[in-house]
Design a protein. Structure first.
Length: 231
């Protein structure tokens, strides 16, 4: 499959831009850090951190995506590329731990997301950044789903999940002392701002930040929000 056709489609490119645009508004200390990027695809998010002076280990579970990134970043000594299946129990990195773990667009492709969050939290010394599809459930629950492993941006085993926002917050709180969701959402229809009404879009997403230290930040809330604003 043509990876550029998938990851550089108009829809995918716009989606990437709006998410990173939003991340940039959160005023988080993200410059000059070491970063573990999981589920990197072909590395379209990697430049966000590289341009901020970070050293990045960009990983993905699909060999074809990793091969693409190896060629893409072969001349950048501050970006390492590594294949990584987040379902396993131990990873080997030249940098360990990382200041930042970046996990955008991955969690809902897993059948054991709680295990992945536990393992990844062990490699995070400062801030864990998470963006995922979520349900509108008001409970702490998670639904098993199916996902195509043939899709370059899909799962490794045809399985996935749809967690509630409360599930994400509660699970992260078992691994980090300070957990937040953002008070704002990207300018994209997959990110609702009124959670009290049925969504127009079949996909709903949210952004979460976990930290080893308390973050005094007006763009973060420790509670699940009914209403959010656009950034």
């Amino acid at each position: 499959m043509n990876l550029d056709k998938v990851f550089h489609s108009a829809h995918y490119t716009r989606h990437t831009c709006r998410r990173q645009e939003h991340l940039g508004t959160l005023n988080l200390p993200l410059d000059n850090k070491t970063v573990l990027e999981v589920g990197a695809g072909i590395g379209d998010h990697t430049g966000f951190f590289r341009d901020r002076g970070c050293r990045v280990v960009a990983t993905d579970g699909k060999p074809e995506n990793v091969a693409y990134m190896v060629k893409r970043f072969k001349n950048d000594s501050n970006i390492q590329v590594q294949i990584l299946d987040v379902n396993v129990s131990h990873y080997h990195f030249s940098m360990n731990p990382f200041n930042i773990v970046y996990c955008y667009g991955l969690l809902y492709h897993l059948d054991t997301p709680d295990h992945a969050l536990f393992i990844l939290s062990r490699y995070c010394s400062e801030i864990f950044l998470l963006e995922t599809q979520v349900s509108h459930s008001l409970e702490i629950d998670i639904i098993s789903t199916t996902d195509s492993k043939l899709d370059p941006s899909g799962s490794l085993d045809n399985s996935g999940c749809l967690p509630s926002r409360k599930w994400v917050l509660a699970t992260l709180k078992t691994y980090f002392p300070h957990v937040y969701m953002t008070t704002t959402q990207p300018w994209h229809e997959e990110f609702p701002i009124d959670w009290n009404i049925p969504p127009d879009n079949p996909i709903s997403r949210a952004v979460f930040v976990a930290s080893q230290k308390k973050l005094d930040n007006p763009w973060l809330s420790s509670a699940v929000l009914d209403y959010q604003k656009r950034c």
